[in-house]
Write a protein that binds this ligand. Structure first.
Ligand code: DHB
Length: 304
């Protein structure tokens, strides 16, 4: 039996449900274009892009733990105009490009969205209102009314699909997702990293130069899965599941919980892009074993 891994995501056609998450290998346009041509990749997401260039934080910016990473890069990016110039030189993309972006207020969010959406290589936008430790950003994503306002304003000017990357650092994750949907978002990405800290017992001080960081990897998975499950029950727009996926079974679990596609981050940083092929093969074998023809059939199946 040949199984079908294709998914439709808010108007985008993905060869597989496997997406490169924002912040992983995605800083240069050329690199993203190369990765987008890998056969088992459904879509690629850029690092979050802002209006102005940002250097990010000095080292140390990452702590490696047995169960994941805590990272605190400080949103380093070249700014939207330079990033678009990089895309001009990147050549063609083999799968849809999702542009992750941020702003410190609703006007700035709208301005970045307008500029970034103009580029023909950009298939969809993902609004990062959930970076857990950069002040001015994390505050937006935990307030349903602010997220609604941002989405409504962006959608007034941008006709490409808009996803909102949700924060797990609130008990309002469903409310924020609902507010985004009601304001016209085309989907949500659930979820960003969990706000975390690491302390050096010898030096008696926090390890990361930014003090706080975002926890990703296996420790995040059950939390992210719970968020997807709760959102799917209550909100009727597509969900990109994200958080600690490291095996094909994790992909299956996220889709059973209600994700239409799944973004991979930490595992790619750890093991490289070969993982996409591995997970796609595992997913195909799972569907064959279950006698299920299309991966689309398992979306939300755990809610029956
Ligand atoms: C950073 C941004 C994020 O959205 C996140 O989840 C973790 C880290 C950063 O650039 O520091």
């Amino acid at each position: 039996m040949t199984v079908d891994l294709r998914v439709d995501l808010s108007g985008m056609h993905l060869k597989t449900p496997l997406i490169l998450a924002s912040g992983i290998l995605g800083l240069s346009g050329r690199m993203l274009a190369e990765i987008s041509k890998i056969e088992s990749i459904g879509a690629v997401t850029t690092k979050s892009i802002g209006l102005k260039p940002r250097d990010g934080y000095p080292n140390p910016t990452i702590v490696v733990l047995p169960y994941g990473f805590i990272n605190s890069m400080g949103l380093p990016n070249p700014g939207v105009e330079s990033f678009l110039a990089e895309l001009d030189e990147a050549g063609g993309f083999g799968s849809p490009l999702i542009a992750s972006f941020y702003g410190y207020n609703i006007d700035e969010i709208t301005e970045v969205a307008k500029i970034i959406a103009r580029h023909q290589a950009v298939s969809a936008l993902e609004l990062n209102v959930s970076c857990p430790h950069v002040s001015g950003i994390s505050e937006i994503g935990v307030k349903p009314e602010l997220v609604a306002e941002a989405v409504a304003k962006v959608k007034k000017y941008v006709d490409k699909p808009l996803f909102v990357k949700l924060s797990p650092n609130t008990h309002l994750v469903v409310e924020v997702a609902r507010a985004a949907a009601e304001a016209g978002a085309d989907g949500v990405t659930a979820v960003n990293t969990v706000k975390a800290i690491a302390i050096d017992a010898e030096l008696c001080k926090p390890i990361l130069s930014g003090v706080y960081g975002g926890l990703s990897g296996p420790a995040l998975k059950p939390i992210a899965l719970r968020c997807v499950y709760e959102i799917y029950k209550e909100v009727d727009i597509p969900i990109i599941g994200c958080g600690g996926v490291s095996s094909y079974l994790d992909v299956v679990e996220f889709m059973l919980a209600g994700a239409s596609a799944v973004a991979l981050g930490s595992i790619i940083a750890l093991k490289g892009v070969e993982v996409f092929g591995e997970l796609a093969r595992g997913l195909s074998r799972y569907l064959e074993r279950k006698g299920i023809r299309s991966v689309r059939e398992i979306v939300g199946l755990s809610h029956r």
